[in-house]
Design a protein around this ligand. Sequence first.
Ligand SMILES: Cc1cc2nc3c(=O)[nH]c(=O)nc-3n(C[C@H](O)[C@H](O)[C@H](O)COP(=O)(O)O)c2cc1C
Length: 154
Amino acid sequence: MNTILVCSSTSNGNTRQVADALAEVLDARILSPAQATPTELAQADRIGFGSGIYWLAFAPELITCVNSLPDMSGRDAFVFATSGFPQPPFRPYLRNFTKLLTDKGFRATGTFSCRGLDTMGPFKLLGGVNKAHPTIDDLSAAQAFGRNMVSKAP
Ligand SMILES: Cc1cc2nc3c(=O)[nH]c(=O)nc-3n(C[C@H](O)[C@H](O)[C@H](O)COP(=O)(O)O)c2cc1C
């Protein structure tokens, strides 16, 4: 499957590390949301969308990118994210973002998330929380997620 990853990683490059790990196993190109025009994405059968989590949501530019797409029926999509903390039950941002994708006609094939170094506001004074995340284990887990998707692809 021709795979493209659309990645926004503006804080510490954490999500970009996950995108790089996924790209290896999926043989994928990585684009920024600005590069991921409808014409570019029309070339892919499978698209992974990922960003850091900011204020309990995906990066606004990633959401804008998805909103600008035409009907994407017949294509697979998955979601990846890094965040300072686990997703809280009162704001299921992974599910909400997945719904944006299925509303565009994509077949959703899964989500991957892990912790990333968080230097937001006061955490910066402490040198950040989740130092050294994503870890090697986090990146291996991302690759296992990618391989699993490949094995289940139609
Ligand atoms: C402005 C800002 C807001 C953030 N808001 C959240 C949040 O709501 N929940 C959370 O778990 N992490 C939050 N974080 C932490 C980031 O999600 C985390 O550091 C992530 O790994 C950043 O990814 P990136 O380096 O790819 O940009 C925030 C970080 C910043 C800088």
